[in-house]
Design a protein around this ligand. Sequence first.
Ligand SMILES: Cc1ncc(COP(=O)(O)O)c(C=O)c1O
Length: 430
Amino acid sequence: MNALMYDIYTDAHAAALDAADPLRSFRDEFHIPKHGDADQLYFCGNSLGLQPKAVRQAVIDELDDWAALGVEAHFLGKNPWMPYHEFVRGSLAACVGAQPGEVVAMNTLTVNLHLLMVSFYRPTQERPAILIEAGAFPSDRYAVESQIRFHGFDPQTNLIEVEGDEPNGTISMQHLERVLAEHGKRIALVLWPGVQYRTGQAFDLREIAKLAHAQGAIVGYDLAHGAGNLPLQLHDSGADFAAWCSYKYLNSGPGAVAGAFVHEKHATTDRPRFAGWWGHDQATRFRMGPEFQPTPGADGWQLSNPPILALAPLRVSLEVFQRAGMAALRAKSERITGYLEQLIQQRLGQVLAIVTPAEPARRGCQLSLRVAGGRARGRALFEHLMQSGIVGDWREPDVIRISPAPLYNRYADVLGFVRAVEAWAAREGA
Ligand SMILES: Cc1ncc(COP(=O)(O)O)c(C=O)c1O
């Protein structure tokens, strides 16, 4: 072992990194779940982000306004409910790199994917297909299959799934380009992840949109694992639409209100859509007329008046992101995930293989780890970590996902994880 290997493995080194972290004070703004008397080492922000402490009061404020004001809280509340979704518009747009009118907080992710596909998946006999990545998150696959069937086409022939061409199952841009060139004329919609949930691979959204548009396809992104994780530039990417959830990196609570993006070029589209009163032109909504006139922009896809109690955590959480800034978050994210990678390479090369690409530009916070020896050993390690208060998550068939979130994870957490795996491996005789 050389000196450097010792160096980054020490408590002193991790403590120095934490002391030098310009975002370190943000951790105090979150509830960190306990393991006994100690904080858990929580690496599961890719699944459910932790609760900002300010959320409780924000929800109580709305309950108080409801109690005190009843229906009048729509106009007289501390945060009036009528324009409530406007309170998250600016911070939501900043978070995903969109114009304010291109985003709206509404519904949940799969619902939004469906609503947007109603408008943006318009298959014809010549161009009926949807392209997704092989091994897509099941809900996305169910959604696109059901859309294809809904239009009277057969998913067997019209759902094109791009297999990984790289050793860990990740997908190179060259391969995607080849598949697009081969099937392009038949593809109506490319629905692609910002970050693939199982491998942790991040994609170049602008490049994919360019390639897909060159084939005449519409491009939509599922940013479940991208929003709050990467500094996205959705507007500049040229994507037609996108949707994401807010309970992962965006820390807005279980089943939180999701986000949707419709590019400004479609702001006044006459594409078909499923309509509801909240998508109607705001200026005339309360005339209660019989004919639907969509409000321009993403707001025009809203159906119902928004759930205020569920929007309160999103408002608080996005405010935290505004203060921290995506650029600073990304800088720490690259560093802390890089630290995790380095330690794994140096100390755990016999135990864990990193599935996620090594280039920082091709990943976010998450590292997906495969345990040497197969699934049973992987499960054994995962259970051991959970019992030790080290929380990642397991994705079938054989991946442990570990995601240091720059808002609340410390370099010391990363070191703690690596030491726990090392101790387990020594005990198990790995
Ligand atoms: C990539 C991806 N798509 C879709 C979903 C489904 O989200 P929801 O249950 O909010 O519709 C998830 C949930 O984790 C996801 O990770």
